[in-house]
Write a protein that binds this ligand. Structure first.
Ligand code: GRG
Length: 350
């Protein structure tokens, strides 16, 4: 379950007062007016992110700005902005704040996740634990949560309560992954982990964006559920790519998860297959894979299995859920943009 992702079309630039908008994806939404509106609001997100995270002692600022400046897709704040378009106050000051809260929380999880995974790179730069050390990276995640909490308190107790739940689910997902499936079915375990680790925060972006724009309760609910489904698609697709893409297509070495002993959905389906390939995989896959030859052999076995197709079927099932949630929203160019966003995520694996 590696967390690098491919990027929608975007360009980089500098926002007002020289604030770097490196992370602000200049995404094309198929409607020039909407595109301009969202991209302008993304510059505001970037400015607030920069202002908020630049406050405090220099030694803290340097470290929290390390991954902030390194970019990332800014997918979550952008989704919060799009969700706000369904309310009476789209892209309002509180919507921008909510979008920043979500991105800062996401950043905090990345600092902590990299410590747990002993990751050496993140967003194309050395991870904080690699550049400094584990203690520094953990404390950077903690100070980010302090920043997020400060902004949240300005948004009111509903937002604070929502975030208490979101934090709880994020940590539960990480803990669930750490303790492993134990007596649970491994596929159910995997599904719970990715829902909690990835789906919950994307759902939160939709919820908070729509809520702070004053959207109707049923529309807030639809955007939250759409976000949760997109999170599942996002993660399963990434896990499929980790196994079945050539390095030149994904920019990553295939089988990273396998090397780390993390068995993602295509592998779990292949492992339960009642075929010679399934039996051989069950013999080999008892822990992390050490050497390239074994990884390559397992990748070959996986390509002969039905694991990829079974995982893809799950992706399409979540795509249906995402589309059904969109159907609960009034027709608009924003709704079509969200539909395209979900389709784009799936197209990465055909
Ligand atoms: C600090 C509240 C808190 C929680 C700690 C570490 C942890 C519990 C949870 C980990 C959650 C996690 C890292 C999930 C992976 C999510 C994911 C899909 C990351 C990659 O997202 P992208 O591709 O990254 O959007 P960019 O870099 O583009 O922002």
């Amino acid at each position: 379950m590696s967390s690098g992702r491919t990027v929608p079309t975007r360009s980089h630039g500098l926002g007002k007062e020289g604030v770097s908008t490196t992370g602000a994806s200049q995404v094309e939404f198929g409607d020039p007016e909407l595109t301009a509106r969202i991209n302008d609001a993304m510059v505001q997100v970037e400015e607030l992110l920069h202002t908020e995270l630049s406050s405090g002692e220099d030694f803290l600022v340097d470290i929290v700005m390390h991954l902030t400046r390194a970019g990332g897709k800014r997918f979550r704040p952008m989704f919060a902005l799009l969700a706000s378009e369904f309310g009476e106050k789209p892209l309002s000051e509180n919507v921008i704040k909510a979008a920043v809260v979500v991105e800062i929380t996401h950043l905090a999880t990345l600092y902590h996740d990299d410590v747990m995974d002993e990751a050496s790179m993140r967003r194309g730069v050395p991870s904080a634990n690699a550049r400094w050390d584990n203690s520094v990276a953990i404390l950077a995640g903690d100070i980010l949560l302090a920043h997020a909490s400060g902004l949240m308190s300005q948004l009111g107790t509903d937002t604070v309560a929502h975030f208490a739940e979101t934090f709880g689910e994020l940590v539960t997902g990480q803990m669930r992954e750490t303790v492993g499936p134990r007596d649970t079915d491994p596929i159910e375990h995997y599904t719970n982990v990715i829902r909690e680790k990835t789906g919950v925060l994307i759902a939160s972006a939709g919820y908070l964006g729509a809520m702070h724009a004053g959207a109707a309760p049923e529309h807030i609910d639809a955007l939250k559920n759409f976000g949760a489904a997109v999170g599942m698609i996002f993660q399963i697709v990434d896990d499929i790519i980790d196994i079945f893409s050539e390095t030149h297509e994904s920019g990553k070495t295939p089988g990273t998860d396998l090397r780390e002993g993390v068995f993602t959905l295509p592998v779990l389906y292949a492992l339960r297959e009642d075929t010679p390939v399934g039996a051989e995989l069950r013999d080999i896959l008892t822990g992390p894979l050490e050497d390239d030859e074994t990884v390559n052999h397992v990748l070959e076995l996986l390509s002969q299995s039905g694991g990829r197709q079974a995982a893809l079927d799950e992706v399409y099932r979540y795509m249906d859920i995402a589309n059904a949630e969109l159907d609960r929203l009034p027709d608009s160019t924003v709704k079509e943009a969200l539909r395209n966003l979900a389709t784009f995520t799936v197209k990465r694996v055909g």
